[in-house]
Write a protein that binds this ligand. Structure first.
Ligand code: PMV
Length: 321
């Protein structure tokens, strides 16, 4: 039976950098994110006795051998769990450039997980889906539940899952995603995170996360935008400071990233409430309230070297089509 699922990418306000188990992808800390309406992956899975091996296709692009292997091994884990031996054809399509630090692996593994279980005719709970998606790519678990999502730190696989903390309708925020480079990032997150403990700052970072999550929830409960903005910017810089002080050091930002950071500070000084956050790549997410979406988008488009601007509102999680 062929099943098709759609899953959003997500942007972490409080981020995951570092895993304590690289195979199960158990994180060193909890993280909190927003699902993105404009950046999503649509994936079909068709388990059928007619296939002699797994077939993986990316519409409008190609998967590297490594990406294909990672996809097939995720499917293999699901197959093992379900006790199925049939091969499948997987067809996947992204609405945005993959591999540029815009979380295509999150939306990709979330959509794949939901479609694979449905194609096999197996109903599982949302919690179980998040646990499986996490094993494909950590942050993928946050793309399954709706709206604003917490991925819980846990000692065991069963205990590290994601759940919705606020529905998408809770707060009409905008994430204006500014691409300054749409090519594949040079160091994938899995690889980059392995060296976290070579940074002299990693323990302090991990120890500070519970307080940041508490403060983020406070900002959400009060809909206090400047409080949220201050937390997410400081958190983003903290994660990148750890990356930059690892051995070998990891620099994901480029000149345009830095230029946008400076611009954001100037726009804010001039009275426009907008804050930045950046994942494992040079692209910048500009967070603002819905009423400022147009002015922030215009300003972002006017910056030279900006390649693409994607506007996102809070979105529901992965679901079947
Ligand atoms: O857990 P992964 O491998 O999908 O990597 C996510 C890493 C960051 O995007 C930098 C942070 C995050 O929590 O999304």
């Amino acid at each position: 039976m062929k099943a098709t699922a759609i899953a959003p990418a997500n942007i972490a306000f409080i981020k995951c950098w570092g895993k304590k188990d690289d195979v199960l992808r158990l994180p060193l800390n909890s993280s909190f994110s927003m699902n993105l309406s404009g950046a999503f992956t649509t994936t079909s899975v068709d388990f059928s006795a007619s296939y002699k091996k797994d077939i993986v296709e990316l519409v409008d692009g190609t998967f590297s051998q490594k990406e294909t292997e990672r996809t097939v091994s995720h499917l293999e884990a699901i197959r093992k769990y379900l006790g199925v031996s049939t091969f499948a054809r997987i067809e996947t399509k992204n609405s945005f450039p993959k591999g540029a630090g815009a979380a295509a692996s999150a939306s990709g593994f979330a959509a794949l997980t939901v479609a694979a279980f449905a194609s096999a005719g197996k109903e599982v709970s949302e919690k179980e889906l998040t646990i499986f998606a996490r094993r494909g790519s950590g942050s993928a678990c946050r793309s399954i539940p709706d709206g604003f999502v917490l991925w819980k730190y846990g000692e065991t696989s069963e205990d590290s899952y994601a759940h919705s903390v606020y529905p998408a309708s809770h707060w009409d925020l905008r994430d204006v995603l500014v691409f300054v480079d749409t090519s594949m990032k040079k160091v994938p997150t899995t690889e980059g995170m392995e060296n976290i403990k070579t940074s002299p700052f990693w323990q302090e970072r991990v120890a500070g996360i519970p307080k940041k999550i508490r403060k983020t929830k406070e900002a959400f409960d009060e809909k206090n935008f400047s409080l949220l903005g201050e937390i997410i910017e400081a958190e983003c810089v903290n994660m990148h400071a750890v990356m930059m002080t690892q051995n070998p050091p990891l620099f994901y930002w480029n000149e345009t990233t830095m230029k946008i950071i400076q611009e954001v500070k100037e726009w804010r000084a001039a009275g426009l409430p907008v804050y930045f956050t950046i994942d494992a790549g040079p692209n910048v997410h500009l967070l603002c309230e819905a009423k400022n979406e147009h002015v922030v988008t215009e300003k972002a488009r006017a910056i030279s070297d900006v390649q693409l601007v994607l506007i996102n509102s809070p979105a529901q999680g992965a679901h079947l089509l």
